[in-house]
Design a protein around this ligand. Sequence first.
Ligand code: DHB
Length: 299
Amino acid sequence: MALRTCVFNAAGPKDVTLDELETIGKSRASAIVMKSCTLEPRQGNEEPRYSDVEKGSINSMGLPNLGYREYVKFADALKKHGKPVIASVSGLCTADNVEIIKSFNDSPVDAIELNLSCPNIKGKPQIGYDFAQMDEVLRETTKMCKKPIGVKLPPYFDFVHFEEAARILKKHNPAFITCINSIGNALVIDADKESTVIRPKGGFGGLGGAYIKPTALANARKFYELTGGKIPIVGVGGVFTGRDAFEFILAGATAVQIGTAFMQEGAGVFERVADELMLLLKTKGYDSLDDFRGKLKTC
Ligand code: DHB
């Protein structure tokens, strides 16, 4: 899949409606990722369910989306922007994922990002933390999906878990690995109000932004190492500047997605980060991302 720059939007922020997706289409984002979708439309969790916080964001949106049928239709309209359109699929069970992917198979989407890491559905654990279920859903989806299918992972924190996840991924050989989703079930407290800052699930939600960059870099790096650089890594988590994007490429990423910074700054963020990255390459004397991709040195 050819990308004009290595910078585009992460699934989630401002990508639910056709209007929002058109804004991403008109921006310098090099692809359009649509909101993670389910079989049926969902209202999502009660408000307030997103909050900017000092170094990032916390959310418990609860998968508000229009249902996959709308995103199949949107794909047609969004193709006019001349950049890849990526469907994010987050079915509530394996059968749902298969049904949704079947429909995207016959649509003009360029790729599918299978989301195995939504932390915000009450009573639904993240699939990426249940390796037997992850193996099953990848077995059932990778074989019937006719589009390049990548996997969006939750953050891992232990080398044993990285290795187990990588073993399963290599078995099913996805087209790309997107890491990381938000750090699930974090808690931000407002001491003045003696209150949580979001309402659902007692205030627990997915953490994004600068807090999570070191964890995101660790995940991008580990999966790059464990897959021998053979599966493209899409890095996401705490990208606010071209320098952040540079760090992800150095760790082994092929592209980066922007979530929290897009929420906070709007669609101008894609051009700013891409320009900053270009300038940094020039300063360092690099001609392309391949000159330094994955070439992180140990001090
Ligand atoms: C939502 C949050 C996620 O982190 C995700 O991967 C999918 C959906 C949400 O709450 O809407």
